[in-house]
Design a protein around this ligand. Structure first.
Ligand SMILES: Cc1cc2nc3c(=O)[nH]c(=O)nc-3n(C[C@H](O)[C@H](O)[C@H](O)COP(=O)(O)OP(=O)(O)OC[C@H]3O[C@@H](n4cnc5c(N)ncnc54)[C@H](O)[C@@H]3O)c2cc1C
Length: 408
């Protein structure tokens, strides 16, 4: 029997999950993506740890032809008077490959087989599971103002991000927790720090700066700055309810706060990387996290940020999403059409990995944003000892950049 499977969400996790189930065999897959048209590059970077990349390449989810920029080291940097690049507190290995978000998505979208029905402009409004299948209700009103059309599936995969409607159906009592701080993100032209990523640290936060491939073969400088926002004036959405402010929706308060902070705390060269991004191209993402007790229940299962949201300091969100797909593919092949068996194996493999990454993200967020040390007073050994403490003594296996595939 051919199973009829829907994937809600067609971003990184959704494309990877569609690929996984198609490869697993015995299923007709439909991807339902809310956005109309192609998902466009958000102009931001994503970095993948070299070792995790190698595992994903071997599994056939990514390949070397995707445009990427090599990163080797990460230099922890603090302002030092007018010194152009500031003072390096410590240098760590940073074996990562940097991508533009768009190239990662394009690569995965390209790999989704033609037999998969990938629909855009298809927003799922409600998920209604029962003993025999799952009814999806779409947010299209057929002209009568109500949420109308429905479609039946044997199983539904939630790849619909941190505000997942599939997860809300599985665990209505759970919702992402606001960390209390934001990420401002943007990119600007130039090489930036080359193969050395910079992490500019300041009281109450830090900023990652690294190069990514630009759209025309050149490099751009990607930056992500984390800190607590100023008291907001009420014109923004309530940040405790999961939300994001896309480019162009940055309020004056938030723009001013970013500019003043950078002017005060950044060495001039790295300040320029941030300040040369126009406000209308800067996006703000409140940082959330959440974990689920299970990745699969009944006929529903979760992948990517729909399943667990780890704070981005882990540098492993996309890796986690792609690994979810690898694990699902393995479970699907082994299950031989027995849906209950597939879901149980997948749940057993991934739930603890998600929880580990969420815990790591909280520790790193506390140390690098909520309770920052006196960076300027730190020596290299001080920083080394502090970094090891965040990883409970074992930075290599704590999961920074993502857990090794197949190891909870
Ligand atoms: C500031 C920041 C920095 C990051 N940096 C990195 C990094 O360096 N490295 C890394 O590996 N990861 C990083 N991440 C994490 C990474 O971006 C995500 O974990 C990863 O992209 C997984 O995304 P996803 O596909 O699960 O969800 P999303 O990309 O959010 O996709 C969800 C999709 O579902 C669609 N959708 C939602 N609801 C519905 C619905 N009801 N019906 C139909 N479609 C729907 C949406 O339109 C969207 O396309 C970062 C995250 C943040 C916030």
């Amino acid at each position: 029997m051919v199973l009829n499977v829907a994937v809600v969400g067609g971003s990184v996790a959704g494309c990877a999950a569609a690929l996984a189930v198609s490869r697993g065999g015995g299923a007709q897959v439909t991807v339902l993506e809310r956005a109309a048209g192609e998902l466009r590059s958000r102009g931001v970077g994503v970095s993948l740890h070299d070792d995790r990349y190698a595992e994903l390449e071997a599994a056939g989810y990514v390949d070397a032809a995707m445009p990427w920029a090599e990163l080797n080291r990460r230099i922890w940097t603090v302002r030092d008077g007018d010194s152009p690049e500031g003072r390096a507190i410590a240098t760590h290995p940073f074996p990562f490959r940097a991508y533009g978000w768009g190239s990662l998505w394009n690569e995965l979208r390209r790999r989704v087989p033609d037999e998969v029905d990938y629909r855009t402009g298809a927003e799922v409004a409600a998920v209604e599971p029962d003993a025999d299948g799952v009814t999806l209700r779409f947010r299209d009103d057929g002209g009568d103002g109500g949420d109308g059309r429905t479609e039946r599936f044997d199983a539904v995969i939630g790849a619909d991000g941190y505000r997942s409607v599939v997860r809300n159906t599985m665990f209505p009592e759970l919702s992402p927790d606001y960390s209390g701080y934001l990420a401002w993100r943007g990119s600007s032209p130039g090489e930036g720090p080359g193969t050395d990523a910079r992490i500019v640290v300041f009281p109450g936060g830090h900023c990652m700066i690294y190069r990514i491939p630009g759209p025309d073969g050149e490099h751009r400088v990607n930056w992500v700055l984390y800190t607590v926002p100023p008291p907001l004036d009420g014109t923004q959405p309530d940040l405790r309810t999961p939300t994001s402010l896309p480019p162009g929706r940055l309020t004056e308060d938030l723009t001013e706060h970013l500019r003043a902070l950078v002017a005060e705390h950044f060495p001039p060269v790295w300040a320029e990387c941030v300040l040369s991004t126009p406000a209308e191209d800067t996006l703000v993402q409140p940082i959330y996290d959440m974990e689920v007790p299970h990745y699969a229940t009944g006929r529903l299962l979760l992948v990517g940020d729909a399943a667990t949201v780890a704070r981005p300091h882990t540098g492993g969100g996309s890796v986690k999403a792609l690994q979810d797909a690898c694990s699902l593919e393995a479970a699907w092949r082994a299950g031989g059409g027995d849906l209950a068996e597939v879901l149980a194996a997948y749940d057993a493999d991934r739930t603890s990995v998600g929880a580990t990454m969420v815990a790591l993200g909280r520790r790193l967020g506390r140390a690098q944003v909520e309770e920052t040390p006196d960076w300027a007073a730190m020596s290299e050994p001080d920083l080394e000892a502090w970094w090891q403490r965040q990883h409970q003594g074992d930075a290599r296996s704590s999961g920074f950049g993502g857990q090794a595939l197949g190891r909870p």
